[in-house]
Design a protein around this ligand. Structure first.
Ligand code: PEP
Length: 245
């Protein structure tokens, strides 16, 4: 399967930051992996125009479960497609925490995204308290069960394991802990969507940077990364892309 380096700019970046995209494309015109950036919605169409004809795909950071309507401030999957997106991140822990998103809501959004032709990147991950209590696998198993559409295919789904305590903190799980979770996710996904699970990309996310990317990518069942802070700079994200072969 083609691995995936996905960058999540979160609520960072203005139009001037698109210079980083030009630099990334100049340095990595033909990466070995799939390369994706998910900017704030304000930059999506312009970034998509910049990426046209290149190896870079662009994606949204969230979408509404409905196609259109009276939902002030929201954006639908069809609108993301119209702006040039081919992926959307769903159920990121910041959205689960900031906006009270439940597994059921993430499931509805994922169904809408896939129906609109987007690839849904569904995020799961435990808090530090849950890990300390030995609940990690139970928590992410329940999140997977509750938020992954039963008819999802490998072509339309990416699953991202993002321990909440590792996001933006500089801390990462041990390689053995990452291996344990990814092995568990592959098996749980197989129970959920059958043979499609074998080719569904499982990303690790949480403080991935150039200095730790290669060792994380060598962990079995890690098929790429979801990168926050280090995706904002072309040099850092490019080094992560280059580490993913
Ligand atoms: C994220 O929020 O998806 C993330 C992985 O952030 P960071 O790389 O900054 O830890």
């Amino acid at each position: 399967m083609k691995k995936l380096a996905a960058g999540n700019w979160k609520m960072n970046g203005n139009r001037a930051a698109l210079a980083e995209v030009a630099a990334l494309l100049a340095a990595h015109p033909t990466p070995a992996c799939d390369m994706l950036l998910c900017p704030p919605t304000t930059l999506l169409a312009e970034m998509a125009t910049l990426a046209q004809g290149s190896a870079l795909k662009v994606g949204g950071q969230d979408c509404h479960a409905k196609t259109f309507g009276a939902h002030t401030g929201d954006v639908s999957a069809a609108m993301l497609v119209d702006a040039g997106a081919s992926y959307v991140i769903l159920g990121h822990s910041e959205r689960r925490a900031d906006h009270g998103e439940t597994d059921a809501l993430v499931l509805a959004k994922a169904e809408a995204a896939i129906a609109a032709g987007l690839i849904a990147i569904i995020c799961v991950g435990e808090t530090e308290a849950q890990r300390d209590a030995g609940e990690t696998l139970a928590v992410i198993g329940a999140q997977l069960d509750g938020s992954v559409p039963a008819n999802a295919t490998a072509a339309a789904l990416v699953l991202a394991y993002e321990p909440v305590w590792a996001i933006g903190t500089g801390r990462t799980p041990t390689l053995n802990q990452i291996a344990e979770v990814h092995n568990f996710l592959r098996a749980r996904l197989t129970a959920h969507i059958g043979v499609e699970a074998a080719n569904t990309r499982l990303l690790y996310g949480g403080s991935v940077k150039p200095s730790n990317a290669a060792e994380i990518f060598a962990v079995p069942d890690v098929d790429g990364a979801l990168v926050g802070g280090a995706s904002l700079k072309a040099a850092d994200f490019g080094a992560i892309v280059a580490a993913l072969t």
